[in-house]
Design a protein around this ligand. Structure first.
Ligand code: MD3
Ligand code: FE
Length: 217
């Protein structure tokens, strides 16, 4: 009896990787929710299709994006910000499919952040070769709130740095179903995604999809 409990404990522990104080990778945490996440994703992109936003400098971003929830993250010539309206449709972003906040609330709690209620979900779609340069997430109002990211589809490698751009970075391979929670002392750490390698996964063909859930307002 006791042996079984210890084995179960060890199994859960082995799938929790502490990258730094405040940053926890939950390997496979979203695996079982894959189908409901896929259904939710389809309903969002039917209303708010993926698009390549433009940076303030005028370059088209390699990663295609859309949003759901009360606020969406947008970039255009005027800058980066959150907005309740999708600039492509002129309408509010689609509501968050209930599977999204349900999953990330559990993930945040497993990482030690209780009662996480996101109001913004950025959906990033990476094709082969697409990358996300090293940056900090600082367009949100309250840095006391954690961020939860769900990796789906083809694998990728996260770059995980410190609070200075020039510091050393850790490379963290992630695959379908992995969930990363970061907050507290890791909330403003630099991070990015290395160019995605050519691969196929039943979830989204040759794409990698990342859901990033935040408290924006
Ligand atoms: C933070 N998206 O949209 S978080 C973003 O895979 C963004 O599309 C990532 O960064 C993506 O702003 C998901 C990646 C990440 C990885 C490691 C970190 C963020 C981190 C370590 C510490 C802090
Ligand atoms: Fe980011």
């Amino acid at each position: 009896m006791t042996g079984d409990l210890f084995e179960l404990d060890a199994g859960i522990e082995a799938r929790q990787q502490h990258l730094a104080p405040g940053a926890v990778l939950l390997r496979g945490f979203a695996g079982a929710a894959s189908h409901s996440l896929s259904d939710g994703l389809q309903s969002v992109i039917a209303e708010a299709p993926f698009r390549h936003m433009v940076t303030p400098g005028g370059l088209s971003m390699a990663v295609a994006m859309t949003n759901c929830g009360d606020y969406g993250w947008i970039s255009d010539r005027a800058g980066y910000r959150y907005d309740a309206i999708d600039p492509e449709s002129g309408r509010p972003w689609p509501p968050m499919p209930e599977a999204f906040p349900r999953l990330v609330r559990e993930a945040a709690a497993a990482a030690g952040f209780n009662e996480f209620v996101p109001d913004a979900c950025l959906i990033n779609r990476y094709g082969t070769g697409a990358k996300l340069s090293l940056h900090q997430d600082k367009d949100e109002r309250d840095f006391g709130q954690p961020i939860v990211s769900v990796s789906l589809g083809v694998p990728a490698t996260f770059l995980f740095g410190g609070t200075k751009r020039a510091g050393r970075t850790l490379r963290v391979p992630v695959q379908h179903g992995d969930v990363l929670v970061w907050g507290g002392p890791a909330r403003l750490n630099y991070h990015g995604v290395l160019p995605v390698k050519a691969a196929h996964h039943p979830f989204a063909g040759t794409h990698r999809i990342n859901l990033t859930l935040r408290r924006a307002a």
